[in-house]
Design a protein around this ligand. Structure first.
Ligand SMILES: [Zn+2]
Ligand SMILES: [Zn+2]
Length: 88
């Protein structure tokens, strides 16, 4: 299926993200979806810099540790795993 996702820039993107945060936190029970610890961050699975959106299927609750890992050297591998977690 061909879909065109809305691409927002700068402040509009940030405003939309802020609006999504409580929705995602609620969905994930305020817990890190990787390890189950209390979530501290909401992560863009596909980074914003790579065209990631604020859609629910691109956002996931993570604790600080898992969030740092998601931006670390294994970022690509972890992104795949996060997408699988959301698809479960
Ligand atoms: Zn975690
Ligand atoms: Zn992140």
């Amino acid at each position: 299926m061909f879909t065109v996702k809305r691409r927002l820039k700068g402040k509009a993107f940030q405003r939309e993200f802020i609006k999504m945060k409580p929705i995602i936190a609620e969905r994930d029970n305020h817990c890190c979806r990787v390890c189950g610890d209390r979530a501290q961050d909401i992560h863009h699975i596909i980074f914003r810099s790579q065209g990631g959106t604020n859609d629910a299927d691109n956002l996931i609750c993570l604790c600080r540790r898992c969030h740092e890992a998601a931006h670390g050297v294994d970022a690509k591998k972890i992104a795949k795993e996060l997408q699988e977690i959301l698809n479960e």
